[in-house]
Design a protein around this ligand. Structure first.
Ligand code: CP
Length: 315
């Protein structure tokens, strides 16, 4: 990990292939109690099952105390400097960051995008400002544009299940009734390139991801062509970037089913979860022996243990 002492993005990892292998190896050893006497505070501005549980359990496994806060029950933060706070914001982010830094040794934050203002969302204001003001390491538990703990997990899972040195990895868009963030897909792509994978991205026209994240990968608009010979199919819905936050396609045409999977090289199916069954992918795919859903979810715990250990050692 770099000397920034945060875990915000892949840029905080010095040698990504080495870190992925080290995180896999770390699964096998008894966890060092290097968090004894230290506290982790987790701030959730949005819902979570896997991230909250895996991060809490990981911190406890390292000996830490953990407190999770549902931020809908806390004071609304002011993000701008110099504002006369007469209206609905009750606490400035810099005051909150300084106060929390006095209680916690590591802080984790989940804060999703608005999906209404691309410029503001892609500045990742809340995470960036909190990291700027905080005096302790900050872990990104899914920000407006990135989900690095998920991506480290995904890279670990691919490494564990790949049968050849250069597997064909496909990132496929799939339908969803709600407009979802691009964070998981953005992060997956920036981690994949750092891990040495050139990903084939497939999605309907209008769903192109931001250039910042697609560099080093290829786009194939024909989903069937993209699936041909794939070793891993990573599925995710995201809303449009160009027509920011909009749903442009909702038919079942892009849903992952057995017929699509039959075009692959007996590919493993991956998804970060939660997944809407028979909307994103059919039961037959999700419950097939090639589905890595639960192994991937379990790796969230190991990725969190690895990252927290590194932050505790650096601190
Ligand atoms: N994959 C993931 O982040 O799951 P949660 O939203 O349940 O935390």
């Amino acid at each position: 990990m770099s000397n920034t002492h945060n875990f915000y993005s892949v840029a905080n990892i010095k040698n990504v292939p080495y870190a992925i292998q080290e995180a896999i190896d770390f699964k096998k050893i008894a966890k060092p109690q290097i968090g004894l006497g230290k506290t982790m505070v987790l701030l959730f501005f949005n819902s979570s099952l896997r991230t909250r549980l895996s991060t809490e359990i990981a911190a406890r496994n390292l000996g830490m105390n953990v407190i999770s806060l549902d931020m809908s029950q806390s004071w609304k933060w002011e993000m701008e400097e110099g504002v006369t706070m007469r209206f609905d914001t009750a606490e400035h982010i810099k005051d909150a960051a300084k106060v929390i830094s006095g209680y916690a040794d590591i802080v984790g934050i989940r804060a999703f995008p608005s999906l209404t203002d691309k410029v503001a969302d892609y500045q990742d204001d809340l995470l960036q400002k909190f990291m700027h003001y905080a005096d302790v390491p900050v872990v990104n538990l899914e920000s407006a544009i990135r989900h690095p703990l998920q991506s480290l997990t995904d890279m670990m899972t691919i490494k564990e299940y790949q049968k050849i040195e250069k597997p064909k990895v496909v990132l496929s868009w799939a339908p969803h009734p709600k407009a979802l963030p691009q964070a998981v897909s953005n992060s997956f792509l920036e981690w994949a390139v750092a891990a040495g994978h050139e990903v084939t991205i497939t999605h309907p026209k209008g769903y192109e991801l931001d250039d910042e994240f697609t560099q080093g990968h290829t786009v194939e608009y024909d989903q069937k062509k993209a699936f041909a010979g794939a070793d891993f199919v990573y599925t995710k819905n995201w809303s449009s970037v160009s027509q920011y936050g909009k749903i442009l396609e909702s038919s079942d045409k892009w849903r992952i089913d057995k017929d699509l999977m039959s075009l692959t090289n007996e590919a493993n199916f991956m998804h970060c979860m939660p997944i809407r069954r028979n909307v994103v992918a059919t039961d037959a795919v999700l419950d097939s022996p090639n589905s890595l859903l639960y192994k991937q979810a379990k790796n969230r715990l190991h990725a969190a243990e690895y990252v927290l250990t590194k932050l505790l050692k650096n601190g």
